[in-house]
Write a protein that binds this ligand. Structure first.
Ligand SMILES: [Zn+2]
Length: 469
């Protein structure tokens, strides 16, 4: 099947030359791009299907580098609306303890649909809390991703060090290390696809320095490297974490993971808010990636990652919406705008992020974090992952002096108009045709309320707002 996307207002391939092609076109052959360039379309191009992109900007699909999809079920919980990370986690663990595969599949469908409708074609997820008897939660997420047609990199998270061993989570949401490693092996065996344009890849992702043991960090890294899969975790998110590492390990978080073999081109780390200049250099030297999650970092009062310094040093930087209990959305265009604005207050204008910096992070930077050289740009041989955004909207009117920048400076359109993943049109006219949004929202709300009510009963803490008790 040969598809021609033609007559675009602007094609922005995100190639190394940073090209912009007014009137441009893209030709797809099944799951890959075979040709792209400025208009007009060469006379010898024949197509089975033509997509009219007039008035639209065409970009490579965005790559989301950090998420916790099940947290969709615990958005804006009143009890933790004003909580910083450690209290937020401690109060939410008893709620998360109640989720099962059906709940996770519903939450994943919500989050993944939001990502698609805001132009994201590849996303990761980090699931680290497995209630007793609930081993197949990542399988449920993969089912949701396959149902929607988004490219998916779930990471097998883990927590092994509960309160009785000096960790943060309650013991009953931790798993023993043999169980964790066995399930990592199972997921790699069943789902990891190393081939070009793969739709599913697994990575391994212990939760954070305050919830797993050194030994599990080391053994996870060994297992990942034996199997050619990537490593992910949270790092240097808050000052509390820094204090915890100094007290527990006698060093800062980056030094802690460095000693464990957790820096390198096969590792990407979420947040990295509290890095000093030497640590920024170390990330660049080792090729360690950063998932920048500005909305979540603001929401939890964690701080702001030194992204300009990381970019200047040459470290890989992608964008992440982070979990929906600390964002509280999965909107990639909103995250782009947040990243654009976040680095400005109090900083010299020469250090601000530009709209192009942000779009680069959302495409090429994210692809680099996930170890993918086949997504993130519109070039021959790459996967056919495209987003088309109609610029004939009131919010873009008058912004034609730089219509690409308008996509980031202007509050986001939701939904975008067309999204193609691996050659398949999954969003058309701003809709996912297979999705009954109202039914899905009702289902997510019912599950959410059930989780919050049972956590309230179990803990004596009121998780619902006054008018819902
Ligand atoms: Zn996270």
């Amino acid at each position: 099947m040969r598809t021609l996307v033609e007559g675009a207002r602007l094609v922005v391939p995100m190639d190394d030359a940073r090209s912009r092609w007014p009137g441009g076109f893209v030709v797809l052959e099944d799951d890959r791009i075979v040709q792209a360039g400025p208009g007009p379309v060469p006379a010898d191009v024949v197509a089975d299907r033509r997509i009219d992109a007039s008035g639209k900007v065409v970009l490579p699909g965005f790559v989301n580098t950090h998420h916790h999809l099940p947290q969709v079920l615990t958005r804006n919980v009143p009890r933790v609306q004003e909580a910083p990370l450690f209290r937020w986690l401690t109060e939410l663990y008893p709620v998360w303890r109640g989720w099962d595969a059906a709940a996770v599949e519903t939450a994943a469908s919500v989050g993944l649909a939001e990502l698609l409708l805001t132009g994201c074609t590849t996303t990761t997820d980090h699931l680290y809390l497995f209630p007793r008897g609930q081993e197949l939660l990542i399988d449920a997420e993969i089912a949701a991703a396959r149902g929607l047609g988004i490219r998916f990199h779930p990471t097998r998270g883990s927590m092994s060090r509960g309160r009785s061993q000096g960790g943060l989570p309650p013991d009953d949401v931790c798993q023993d290390e043999a169980t964790i490693l066995a399930d990592c092996r199972r997921l790699i065996r069943e789902y990891h696809d190393p081939r070009p344009r793969a739709m599913t890849r697994i990575a391994l992702a212990p939760c954070a320095p305050f919830s797993v043991s050194d030994d599990l960090m080391r053994r996870t890294a060994d297992l990942a490297r034996e199997n050619g899969v990537r490593l992910h975790t949270h790092l240097a998110e808050t000052k509390d974490e820094e204090d915890y590492c100094l007290e527990t390990y006698g060093c800062r978080p980056v030094e802690y993971v460095r000693r464990l073999g957790w820096l390198g081109p096969d590792v990407w780390l979420a947040h990295c808010v509290h890095l000093d200049a030497d640590e920024v250099r170390l990330f660049a030297e080792t090729g360690t990636g950063v998932a920048h999650c500005p909305t979540s970092n603001f929401r939890l009062g964690s701080g702001l990652a030194p992204v300009r310094a990381l970019l200047d040093a040459g470290a890989p930087v992608g964008l992440g919406v982070d979990g929906s209990a600390s964002n509280d959305s999965s909107n990639m265009l909103a995250e782009c705008r947040q990243a654009l604005l976040a680095h400005r207050p109090g900083a010299d204008p020469s250090r601000w992020l530009t709209a192009e910096d942000v779009l680069w992070a959302a495409t090429r930077g994210g692809a680099r974090c996930l170890g993918r050289d086949d997504v993130g740009s519109l070039e021959p041989g790459k996967a056919a992952d495209l987003v088309l955004i109609d610029t004939r909207r009131l919010s873009y009117a008058g912004g034609s002096s730089d219509i690409l920048a308008a996509l980031v400076f202007t509050p986001w359109p939701e939904p975008v108009d067309t999204v193609i993943v691996n050659g398949t049109v999954v969003v058309e006219d701003g809709r996912i045709s297979s999705l009954d949004v109202a039914a899905l929202v009702d289902c997510a709300d019912a599950i959410s309320e059930g989780l919050l009510r049972s956590a309230s009963r179990a803990t004596g803490i009121d998780y619902l707002a006054k008018d819902r008790r």
